[in-house]
Design a protein around this ligand. Structure first.
Ligand SMILES: Cc1cc2nc3c(=O)[nH]c(=O)nc-3n(C[C@H](O)[C@H](O)[C@H](O)COP(=O)(O)OP(=O)(O)OC[C@H]3O[C@@H](n4cnc5c(N)ncnc54)[C@H](O)[C@@H]3O)c2cc1C
Length: 416
């Protein structure tokens, strides 16, 4: 049986963070990366831009292909890990091979949630007209079926559904987004901001049917809960993702809203670490455990896991929701939790809402000009005490917050 000092399952943001974390401490030992996908690491958020024709395949690399050699990584593509046995620190691969590890990082990400709709084909992967939209393979499948006269129906008005809509709307006859929720981006935005985004997308020819669900999928037609039907050549199922925790669950590790880890990213199983979309994180803005399926979180968790795997103590305790996304020229920046007293401003260039509780910025939403949004993100991350701060200034001129406390006091004094 082959044995490796470090094995990483997955080859995306969490895994790459893991390699970089290990290399901060241990520059020599070989790292084995095992991935069920056939590609070198790519940036998952770019699949919609590739489908849109805005990004070439070679520009999708999350790291240059030379990364593996430079970091002494051996990589096995198209290979699934089937089972982990923490007792003897081994794992079984899909082809039956058993390999051993000293330290293991599980960065298995998330998988699309596919709702049990009547008429759904048994093997979605073989369908030429019904797709999920989370991998490059999905995007390649969609591209094959996308023609100028295709009618596209997207189930789900979340980030992935709207990114798919943006990618396709100018390459087909129509795009209709169906969602049970009464607003778009329901888990990221509240009423008013959501309405701004919806109206913007409608001006770009994306149609919406909200408070509606698909009750049956037929060949080239979906039936809706409102009694109507929609014809389709392409149907995208984008109702959300779920953390891929099976390996740890079957090995009897703790699972909450994802794989449970401590601040070192170690799971409840000795010498097994986890990072990225497959984990649960403590959201510092709401002080609750969440599955934060965002790329920076995956990378940072992976990096901390890698450092600990290589023997240096590192801690990750600054997780919170953070979204930075654009739809057809309209930018959205949001972070934290929408809890506390809300302060809202609106100009032709920008809509902004910030949420303050117990003198701490808990969350914010900016639509349009997002230039100064990073300052709010820092305030959430640092949990800065805002008790001495002029609220009006915080809302209208956040750049003042970028200064240290003494110069901030000076600046604030000048403004009175
Ligand atoms: C269309 C789209 C747009 C997005 N836009 C944004 C954005 O704007 N901003 C943002 O922050 N995030 C965005 N995200 C989310 C972001 O891509 C994820 O948070 C990030 O990719 C998570 O990285 P990860 O390493 O945890 O997992 P993943 O990227 O999911 O990778 C996990 C890998 O593990 C492999 N794997 C799983 N199980 C096994 C196994 N048993 N054996 C071997 N290999 C296995 C999988 O095949 C996969 O390659 C977007 C996602 C999508 C799909």
């Amino acid at each position: 049986m082959k044995k490796f000092k470090y094995i990483i399952i997955g080859n995306s943001a969490g895994a790459i963070g893991g390699v970089q974390g290990i290399r901060k401490v241990d520059q020599a030992s070989e790292i084995l990366i095992i991935t069920s996908e056939p590609w070198e690491t790519y940036s998952r958020p770019l699949i919609s831009y590739w489908l849109q024709g805005k990004v070439k395949r070679e520009k999708m690399h999350y790291r240059d292909p030379s990364f593996y050699k430079e970091n002494n990584c051996r990589i096995r593509y198209n290979t699934s890990v089937e089972k982990i046995n923490p007792q003897d620190q081994t794992m079984a691969l899909a082809d039956g091979e058993i390999i051993g590890y000293e330290k293991l990082l599980v960065a298995t990400g998330s998988i699309p949630f596919v709702p049990p709709i009547k008429g759904l084909p048994k093997n979605l992967k073989e369908s030429k007209s019904i797709f999920t939209f989370t991998t490059l393979a999905d995007a390649i499948g969609v591209k094959k079926g996308l023609t100028n006269d295709a009618r596209v129906v997207i189930l789900g008005a979340g980030l992935i559904g709207l990114k798919a809509a943006e990618a396709m709307v100018n390459q087909c006859q129509s795009v209709t987004v169906v969602d049970l929720a009464d607003r778009v981006l329901p888990s990221v935005l509240e009423d008013k901001s959501s309405d701004i985004v919806k109206k913007h997308l409608e001006t770009q020819a994306v149609d919406f049917m909200l408070e509606t669900s698909i009750t049956e999928i037929r060949d080239k037609e979906v039936l809706l809960s409102n009694g109507k039907s929609l014809p389709y050549e392409i149907l995208i199922l984008a109702v959300g993702t779920k953390p891929q925790c099976t390996l740890i669950q079957e090995a009897r590790g703790d699972i909450g809203r994802g794989i449970v880890t401590d601040h070192h990213q170690e799971t409840t199983l000795k010498n097994i670490y986890a990072a990225g979309d497959c984990t649960q994180s403590l959201d510092i803005s709401s002080e609750t455990q969440k599955n934060l399926a965002i790329l920076p979180n995956a990378f940072l968790q992976g990096e901390v896991a890698g450092m600990n795997m290589a023997g240096e103590e590192a801690v990750y305790d600054q997780a919170f929701p953070l979204n930075s996304v654009g739809f057809m020229g309209l930018y959205i920046l949001s972070a934290g939790t929408y809890d506390g007293v809300a302060y809202e401003t609106q100009t032709p260039e920008q809509y902004k809402k910030i949420f303050i509780k117990d003198n701490v910025l808990k969350g914010y939403i900016i639509i349009g000009d997002c230039m100064r949004g990073g300052i709010y993100t820092d305030l959430i991350r640092e949990q800065t005490d805002l008790s001495t701060i002029d609220l009006k200034m915080l809302i209208t001129s956040p750049q003042i917050m970028a200064f240290n406390q003494s110069s901030r006091k000076e600046k604030l004094a000048q403004s009175h």
